[in-house]
Design a protein around this ligand. Structure first.
Ligand code: SF4
Ligand code: SF4
Length: 432
């Protein structure tokens, strides 16, 4: 573990989400690097108190972007996470809650079984009443956070009804695989529907293996290495099962494997290093791929202005004001920031407004908003204020975790701001 390049300058501190809400050096990147050095030198041992200061890290990687000395904090925290899973470092309640999350979140079938009865509750007046009455608080902060993040559950989230191959409209420009994401397909199924529509309308054939599961991002970010390995291999195999000579999706190779959730994309891009295995085609974020390929001329020509909440179409005189929220694993983890903005700017009469702290984490960070709910809520409130402060009518997020988190906090504002994925806006604009 190379902590040497850190010169303790502190440039990373203002960008650090945990330092922002906890305000202690031990909860900053510089403090954690110092702690790692002390552990390596035998001056400190990794006990439960020290582990707490690593658990408070969101893994947002903003410090990596900010560091002028090139410190690879991402590698340091990734190497540290598995050690934090030692049973003596967390209470039995914390361990049980984490086990429950890792047994549910990466498995859409299990999650669907659990959530089916909750369809009568999520997004209904009953949920609003339960929240207002404070009854959800009785179940403890973690279950309360689960309830706060639970969106209305659309019937489409409980079905896998994409065909194996969605043909390209017009001349075929590319052939890609699409990873649906385990949380995204359940909690926001409209995103994948929009993604498939936009790809196909741009002359891109889409292969969607029906047996695909989770990419392993949720376990990877928590240092659960063997489960991550198992999930990653399973996902790779689900593509190998359908693409190739004599296979149901045809022999033609894929140009890329895409995903519309940036947390997933970040982990999938690391498969080679993590598992020694990889897809037969490079992984790309859907925005990254589309911006690089370029939107097709027929698609661009068909784009129509979106409408304001009052039903009036956006116009040069009254553009639709959007605030794009950079997901950390997209911005800091994959260096993608201009591509989603370029795609959004293709929609007529859009005005992009920039938040003042675009690089600071919203508090979602995988399961962080469930296991560290107080810190996550404080960050979510800061982010909602920052996004709403731009005067935007709509917030745009390309990561399901961020969408759920900022949607929760933007809804709590006196003037709630809805949140959509860039693919949803492109699909809406294309459909007129
Ligand atoms: S990690 Fe980088 S920015 Fe932060 S204190 Fe060390 S050298 Fe400075
Ligand atoms: S990854 Fe994010 S929360 Fe963790 S030390 Fe770096 S900036 Fe802070």
């Amino acid at each position: 573990m190379n902590t040497d390049p850190c010169v303790h300058c502190g440039f990373c501190l203002p960008t650090c989400a945990s330092y922002r809400v906890l305000g202690t050096e031990m909860d900053s990147p510089r403090g954690r690097i110092y702690t790692l050095k002390a552990i390596a030198n035998g001056e400190l041992s990794l006990d439960a108190t020290v582990a707490k200061h690593f658990d408070s890290c969101l893994g947002c990687l903003a410090c990596v972007t900010a560091c002028p000395s090139g410190v690879r904090y991402d590698q340091l925290i990734e190497a540290t996470r598995p050690q934090l899973n030692a049973p003596e470092l967390r209470s039995s309640a914390q361990q049980a809650f984490r086990k429950l999350l890792f047994a549910l979140l990466p498995y859409p079938a299990r999650l669907r079984a659990l959530l089916t009865p909750l369809r009568l509750y999520a997004g209904t007046p009953l949920q609003a009443l339960a929240r207002r009455s404070g009854i959800t608080r009785l179940f403890g902060p973690q279950l309360e956070a689960l309830d706060q993040l639970l969106p209305p559950l659309a019937p489409a989230g409980f079905r896998d009804d994409f065909p194996l191959v969605v043909p390209a409209q017009g001349p075929r420009r590319a052939r890609v695989g699409l990873v649906l994401g385990c949380v995204q397909r359940l909690f926001d199924p409209a995103v994948n529907q929009a993604a498939v529509q936009v790809l196909s309308a741009n002359g891109i054939e889409v292969v969607i293996p029906p047996s695909q599961g989770c990419c392993g991002a949720v376990t990877h970010h928590q240092g659960e290495l063997s489960q991550t390995n198992e999930l990653a291999i399973g996902l790779i195999q689900s593509f190998e099962a359908v693409v190739g000579p004599g296979k149901p999706a045809g022999a033609g190779p894929l140009d890329a494997v895409l995903v519309a959730a940036s947390g997933c994309g970040h982990t999938m891009k690391a498969y080679g290093r993590l598992t020694g295995s990889s897809f037969s085609a490079p992984v790309a974020d859907i925005q990254e791929f589309l911006a690089d390929l370029g939107l097709s001329q027929p698609f661009l020509a068909a784009l129509q202005p979106l409408t304001h909440a009052d039903g009036e179409p956006a116009s040069a005189k009254r553009p639709l004001r959007l605030a794009y929220q950079d997901a950390c694993h997209m911005l800091h983890g994959q260096g993608i920031s201009s591509q989603p903005r370029a795609l959004l700017n293709a929609i007529p009469h859009i005005q992009l407004r920039e938040a003042t702290e675009a690089g600071v984490c919203c508090g979602s960070a995988g399961i962080y908003n469930l296991v560290q709910p107080e810190e996550a809520a404080a960050l979510g409130q800061l982010k909602a204020k920052d996004l709403a402060g731009t005067g935007a009518e709509l917030a745009v997020s390309a990561n399901i975790g961020c969408s759920l988190q900022i949607r929760r906090h933007l809804q709590e504002l006196p003037q709630p701001v809805p949140v959509l994925h860039p693919m949803q806006l492109l699909a809406q604009s294309y459909s007129g």
